[in-house]
Write a protein that binds this ligand. Structure first.
Ligand code: AHR
Length: 332
C-alpha cells in the first residue's frame, strides 16, 4: 500500500503540498480509493514539546496503520486562518476524515458546516470548540483541561491551606488566549480554590501563548510590576511558559521552587528535570501520545460506527517526591 505521511507542510505551502504530494492516487480526489483512508490533520503548530510529541505520535501511528493510506499533515503555526485554510483544502481534496486540533474555541462554525455539507466527518484532537458547534463534529479525543485545572487547584489548596499569611498570592501564566486549555485550566483551578474557600489574591494573570519566550517575557513584566516578595505561587498553564518563567525568576535573583512555588501542566522531560533540580513543585500531566487511539477513532468514524462525543486520555499528577523516579519514563 502506498503510504505518504506529509510531515511539516507549513500552511503557506499547503496548496502546493497537497497537489504535489497528493493522495493515495493521482486523481486528486483524495479519499475512497479502497486502499485505506486519506486523513487530513490540521495541527495547531509546534509551540511546545507537547505539540511536537503529539505530531510525532499521530504521524507515526498513521504510518504504521494499514487502515490509513495517507495522512496529510499541516502545521498551522498557531494561526486560526491557516487552520481554516487547511481544512478548506482538505475538503477540496475530498479526504475521508478531517482531524482538527483547533487553536482557539470560537470561529469554526462556517468551515465545520462546509465539511458537513461535503459529507466529510470531523474529529477533534486535543482541543475543543465552543458548545454551539457541537453538532458540527463527530467526536473529540484529548485531555479534560478543566480536570487538569482542578488537579492544580487541589494541590494549591492542600499546600497553602495553612498559609500563615492568610492569603495566597498567585500569578498565572495563561495559555493562548481563547484556547480550550487556557479557558478550562483557568476555570478548573479557580473553581477548586473557590469551592474549598482558600483565601487567595490573583495578583496578575496574562497569556504567554504556550511558549517559553512569551512566558519568560510575561514573568519579567510580573516581576517588574509586582516584585516577587510576598508572591506565593505561579500557576503556568504549560511547561514551556513555566520554564521560561523560571529563567526570569533566576535572573531576578530569586530561587524558583523555593522563593515561589510553581505548578506547570504537561510533564515533558525538561519540566521533570526542572522538578528534579528543585525549581518547581507540582506537575499536572497532559498526555500528547494518543496517535494510535486517534487512528482507531478515525477508522470508527469513517465506518459510521457510534463513538463517544468525548474520550479523555489518561493523565496523572506528580509532586516533588515523584519527580526523580518518573523522569526516565517521560516520553517527550
Ligand atoms: O492543547 C494542549 C496544550 O497545547 C499543551 O498543554 C501545550 O503545551 C500545548 O501548546
Amino acid at each position: 500500500m502506498l503510504k505518504q505521511v506529509l510531515a511539516g507542510i507549513g500552511a503557506g505551502a499547503l496548496l502546493f503540498g497537497l497537489t504535489a504530494c497528493g493522495g493515495g492516487d493521482d486523481s486528486g480526489d483524495g479519499g475512497g480509493s479502497g486502499d485505506g483512508l486519506v486523513v487530513g490533520f490540521a495541527q495547531v503548530g509546534a509551540e511546545s514539546a507537547w505539540r511536537t510529541a503529539n505530531s510525532e505520535s499521530v504521524q507515526a501511528a498513521a504510518e504504521a496503520d494499514d487502515r490509513i493510506a495517507e495522512l496529510k499533515f499541516v502545521d498551522a503555526q498557531q494561526d486560526q486562518e491557516k487552520q481554516i485554510e487547511a481544512v478548506r483544502n482538505f475538503i477540496t481534496q475530498q479526504v475521508d476524515v478531517i482531524v482538527l486540533a483547533p487553536v482557539v474555541e470560537t470561529g469554526w462554525t462556517d468551515v465545520l458546516q462546509e465539511a458537513a455539507d461535503a459529507g466529510i466527518p470531523v474529529v477533534l484532537a486535543d482541543r475543543g470548540v465552543e458548545a454551539a458547534d457541537e453538532d458540527l463534529y463527530v467526536t473529540r479525543l484529548g485531555s479534560d483541561f478543566a480536570e487538569e485545572g482542578r488537579k492544580a487547584g487541589a494541590w494549591a489548596v492542600e499546600t497553602f491551606a495553612e498559609d500563615p499569611d492568610g492569603t495566597t498570592r498567585i500569578l498565572e501564566l495563561q495559555g493562548t488566549t481563547g484556547s480550550a486549555p487556557a479557558n478550562d485550566r483557568k476555570a478548573g483551578f479557580f473553581e477548586v480554590l473557590d469551592a474549598e474557600g482558600l483565601p487567595y489574591e490573583l495578583v496578575d494573570s496574562q497569556s504567554g501563548n504556550f511558549t517559553a519566550e512569551e512566558g519568560k517575557a510575561v514573568m519579567e513584566t510580573f516581576i517588574t510590576t509586582h516584585g516577587l516578595d510576598g508572591i506565593d505561587l505561579l500557576y503556568a498553564h504549560n511547561d514551556e511558559m513555566g520554564l521560561g518563567a523560571i529563567q526570569a525568576i533566576e535572573e531576578a535573583g530569586y530561587q524558583p521552587g523555593t522563593d515561589i512555588q510553581i505548578i506547570i501542566v504537561d510533564g515533558s522531560k525538561a519540566g521533570f528535570q526542572a522538578g528534579v533540580d528543585g525549581k518547581l513543585n507540582y506537575i499536572v500531566e497532559c498526555n500528547p501520545v494518543f496517535g494510535e487511539q486517534l487512528m482507531d477513532v478515525v477508522v470508527q468514524v469513517a465506518n459510521g460506527e457510534e463513538v463517544e462525543k468525548f474520550t479523555p486520555v489518561e493523565e496523572g499528577v506528580f509532586d516533588a517526591s515523584q519527580f526523580e523516579a518518573e523522569l526516565p519514563n517521560r516520553k517527550f
